[in-house]
Design a protein around this ligand. Sequence first.
Ligand SMILES: [Zn+2]
Length: 462
Amino acid sequence: MGLLLQNGTVVTAEKTFPADVLIEGETIKEVRAGIPAASHKTLDATGMLLLPGGIDAHTHLDMPFGGTTSSDDFETGTRAAAFGGTTTLVDFAIQARGTRMRDALDTWWKKAEGRACIDYGLHMIVTDLAGAGLEDMDDMVREGVSSFKLFMAYPNVLMVDDATIFKALRQTAKNGALICMHAENGSVIDVIVQQALAEGKTAPVYHALTRPTTAEAEAVHRAIAMAEIAGAPVYIVHLSSEDALNQVREARSRGVPAFAETCPQYLLLTIEELKRPGFEGAKYVFTPPLREKENLPKLWDGLKTDNLQVVSTDHCPFCFEDQKVLGKNDFTKIPNGGPGIENRLQLLFHHGVNEGKLSLNRFVEIVSTAPARIFGMYPKKGTIAAGSDADIVVWDPKTEHLISAKTHHMRVDYSMFEGFRVRGNARQVFSRGELIVDGGIFLGKPGRGAYLRRAVRGGAWK
Ligand SMILES: [Zn+2]
């Protein structure tokens, strides 16, 4: 006996078609119109879209940063994600300088154990390749950590030099993993920041004014150039500006395997948010910063033309009242990050599909299928097909939803999208066949989420 989702409209990255979906145990058994109900339990999905569960490839749960820790842990963060139709995420373990990557992996497994409500993978943030670093990368690949992130920003904290980046890229050319780059020229930005502070410019808006788009574009260009020399693909995280996007487009037009993601905040918000009265702009301090409004349509264009492949959230929440205030008198001390794990599908569906900027299929590709492919989880995740995990969102395209900190499930005291009205939301959410969200009620158990061992060479480049 299985569970039969009846009379829905299945949406994949390739097509949209009326069908029933039969779930048996944790996987999808069959997808076609007119599956006999027989002895199966049934759920009527008339008028509903059946989407593959969302995949958020960029989150920071329970992450130490600037003397504090992101406010969602693996329990509250994954629960909030599920409410919004995300059934898989890939978070970041951080190698501390002078330590082995295995230590970081163990630390992050412990953070997730007993808490994660949905399946999760881990990227490894590389801060140190001295000693056994390159062997550690191969070791991580064997553990299913098939992607690594390096920082070209945050000098003296996370930033690594070009030699380290190049060595890491060369290692992935051999072991098949993917390098993710935080691309901003941290050394140049640091000089601009120090000058601003010396001039007494301490308000939140200076976080954005000290990080020019050209500093992002330069780093994107350099990252791609180093990847080309190494003969490896590269993935640019949280791309925020037209200048940076132009670098990716130029490389892709030459056939270079360069990939990039953006985030809802860069598609929907501008630098004006940082100019809010008092200290409120601190709610929008994250890196790269919000940009001038001219950038927004260019990023939507990038999604349409596949110069951007993925929308993730970079979810990294810090409470306004007791965490963001650490930077009250100095914008450099404001914990960098914002909340978004719950709202990604709602925002992309409404502002993308409803407003005619994205087809339904492209929407599914951006929020689920492409991240599954690029990060080595496809076709277990990222599609609705026989044999895939039964991660399915029963999506009501007509329901209205008002985004607000008063009703969201993230453990943070504000919303970056407060007051946004969207049409379309998750009604039921299945994770490996288990109903974990039903009409606004959470049914999943903390700890049920499983660690995902991800494959190398995700299949996005051949
Ligand atoms: Zn991030």
